[in-house]
Design a protein around this ligand. Structure first.
Ligand code: WTA
Length: 677
């Protein structure tokens, strides 16, 4: 159950004072899609599941569905059964008539002297078609095949996704900041034989070599017995190759060269079954191996379109900027599929929000007339700390701002509202997960007030419930935290875990299932894996993960993954990863290792473990510190006591250690950690 870091956090959170409700600015309400409570009535339980037809009706279908929700094989729900449609058609083709000359995507390069690239819907249509032809005719990919992307924040990423969607090829994007090894793991698990990457991209003023990771991924995949036949390399500057790693004859191909063969050609979108998988997105869970969250075509697209409309209030003429990375679910749902299905303009920013200075975001916002801004608490904290006076210097106007990815403390929330939003923008604090496809809790911004630090009630059509460990309901207003579950299925929920349906059932449904033989969805609450408290007015404050997952700057990392990464250093015998609170990133990993016999601790070795972890998983995983200890505290059955390590790293009393197999190590570790503080 809950690790003490979170338990402690939970306690603090529960004792936070209740924040006042803040009504949405009238200027927002006047123009909002939803301005009265009727949306909650339409999506009330009485109207479930038919209420979701409203979202499905926002899409264009080749064939209408006959059954909104099929519960015959719980908990493998099926949505909009019998329907056929194409996601790429819905995000591109159908907007050509009305919005063909409007930018669909604006790519903002990190270097400030480089021009923005505006890609109209017509241009996007051409690019998606041409790359789809490359995938089909050059790479030989067919409907149902998987293709892995290891792409950073460039416009070619959404283009590649939509090209796959056009043909029913399942895309599997690996966050660009992840290592070659992490990429290879996902290639192998998804059984893909084609890797799409690029030569380089800019980040924090550096041109980062990306192609070298593809070489590493091919090599690592080979060690696991898998072959990557083709590596398709987009070039950051077409025609000019800037990576230091050589192209491998017969394996690596420049996409811009291949595209020339298909210039001006089109290919019809494949009419896909509503339930056909659209993409995979790997995410960390409580066991070592990342799991391939599999999302379906129709339910997912309908859900992100509907929530982008009502929660983000995206109108076709808005200028929408989400700073998340498309390598995470937020980018898939709310940079690519949601906004494009609504026919709006979505911005893809290549770099870091503070490059070259803390005014960057506001210059982009001013220049492009951004009116919806979407980011994570870690960015808000960073901007607040490093450049608090910058927003006031620029002339932009946001109508809506979103926060996502981790709990936001009320102080940061208020600064976001006052300084970045200038008191004029409504805020939606959207709580959800890779697995949920789209939002679970948030206010509908024109309808109910905001509350700093609380995501809000379930979004329309989502009915949350909080259970304690014994399965009793924790009631709203009780002041206690528990495991937040969703009572009902929704169209955005993942279909399954790729290749591991048992894990899907076990992880998300087993715990609170009321009757395994029941085909009634009411017997199958979905376990989110987060702790939460609900106030009497039905607002949920999310406290964080209850499983072994650490959220670093909003990104999920498994403790097991971190420990495995530490063990790649040959001298390391055992490793334990814990989360420590970090002012900017929310949490950071801290790793304790003991060495194999015959090795001596040294600063150099600790530093090597640190960089090996970053090498194995990617720079976001770099531990705050690595401590080499004589032994890890263990129970008599040999289980590592992370709880004690957490208490020590937070400078708290570690409690009773006498039942341990090796109580003597605890005090030594404590002195060691204190010595370095
Ligand atoms: C956390 C990101 C508090 C939560 C969309 C969840 C949040 C995990 C919020 C999923 C929020 C996300 N307030 N916590 N508004 N949004 N989380 O899969 O712990 O990368 O379970 O999806 O992020 O992370 P994931």
């Amino acid at each position: 159950m809950s690790t003490p870091a979170e338990a402690k956090q939970a306690k603090i959170d529960v004792h936070w004072k209740e924040e006042p409700l803040i009504p949405p600015p009238q200027s927002f309400v006047r123009q909002a899609y939803a301005k009265d409570k009727s949306i909650y009535t339409r999506f009330s339980e009485e109207n479930f599941p038919a209420c979701y037809d409203e979202y499905a009706n926002m899409l264009d279908w080749d064939q209408r569905w006959h059954t909104t929700l099929d519960t015959n094989n719980p908990p493998f729900w099926k949505w909009f059964v019998g329907g056929k449609l194409n996601a790429s058609y819905n995000c591109v083709d159908r907007h050509l008539g009305k919005s063909g000359d409007k930018p669909a995507i604006i790519f903002v390069p990190e270097p400030e002297d480089e021009a923005y690239q505006k890609i109209t819907y017509k241009e996007l249509y051409a690019k998606v078609n041409e790359f789809a032809l490359v995938l089909k005719e050059f790479a030989g990919l067919k409907t149902g095949d998987r293709v892995t992307f290891h792409l950073p924040m460039v416009a070619e990423l959404p283009i590649s996704m939509l090209a796959c969607a056009r043909l029913g090829i399942i895309h599997n994007e690996v966050f660009g900041g992840f290592s070659a090894k992490a990429c290879a793991d996902r290639v192998v698990d998804s059984k893909s034989h084609v890797l799409v990457t690029c030569d380089a991209y800019y980040r924090s003023g550096q041109l980062i070599d990306k192609k070298k990771d593809a070489d590493g991924a091919v090599e690592e995949a080979a060690k696991m017995g898998a072959t990557i036949d083709k590596v398709l390399v987009w070039r950051r500057h077409p025609g000019k190759y800037v990576s230091a790693s050589p192209m491998v004859e017969g394996r690596d191909f420049f996409v811009d060269d291949l595209l020339k063969r298909y210039a001006g050609k089109t290919i019809n979108p494949v009419s896909m079954d509503a339930e056909a998988p659209l993409f995979l997105m790997y995410t960390s869970g409580s066991t070592g191996k990342p799991k391939g969250v599999q999302h379906r075509t129709a339910g997912y697209l309908a859900y992100v379109a509907g929530t982008a409309k009502y929660v983000l209030d995206i109108h076709p003429d808005d200028m929408y900027w989400c700073l998340a990375d498309i390598g995470w679910i937020t980018g898939h749902s709310y940079i690519v599929y949601g906004p494009l299905s609504l026919g709006t303009t979505t911005i893809v920013y290549e770099g870091v929000p503070t490059y070259p200075d803390g005014g960057r975001c506001w210059r982009v916002a001013e220049k492009l007339g951004v009116n919806i801004f979407h980011t994570a608490p870690t960015t808000i904290r960073m901007l607040r700390k490093s450049a608090p006076d910058e927003p006031a210097k620029y002339n932009y106007r946001f109508k809506l701002m979103t926060t996502v990815g981790e709990p936001i403390e009320p102080e940061s929330w208020k600064w976001y509202f006052e300084a970045i939003g200038k008191g004029e923008a409504v805020i939606t604090d959207t709580w959800w997960q890779t697995e949920s496809g789209g939002f679970l809790c948030s206010t509908v911004p024109g309808v109910i007030p905001m509350k700093p630090g609380s995501a809000g009630p379930g979004v329309p059509g989502i009915y949350p419930i909080i259970y304690d460990d014994d399965g009793n309901v924790v009631k709203p207003g009780e002041g206690a935290a528990g495991n937040v579950c969703i009572r009902n299925p929704w169209p955005g929920i993942m279909q399954t875990i790729w290749g591991d349906p048992d894990r899907f059932v076990k992880n998300y449904y087993e715990r609170y299932c009321k009757d395994k033989n029941s085909k009634d969805w009411r017997d199958w609450p979905y376990l989110s894996g987060d702790g939460a408290v609900e106030t009497a007015d039905g607002y949920l404050r999310i406290l964080g993960r209850i499983d072994d997952v650490i959220k670093v700057a909003g990104h999920r990392l498994g403790t097991k993954e971190l420990e495995n990464a530490a063990l790649t250093t040959p001298e390391v015998g055992e490793a334990a990863a814990v989360a420590v609170v970090d002012e900017l990133r929310g949490h950071m990993p801290l790793i304790f290792v003991s060495l194999k016999p015959g090795f001596e601790p040294s600063k150099e070795l600790a530093e090597r473990v640190r960089s090996n972890v970053a090498k194995a998983l990617g720079p976001i995983a770099r531990p705050k510190a690595v401590y080499i200890v004589s032994d890890l505290p263990k129970t008599r059955s040999g289980k590592i006591m992370r709880r004690i390590l957490v208490s020590i790293s937070e400078g708290r009393d570690y409690g009773d250690a006498s039942t341990l197999a090796n109580p003597e190590v605890v005090e030594k570790i404590k002195q060691q950690v204190e010595g370095t503080h």
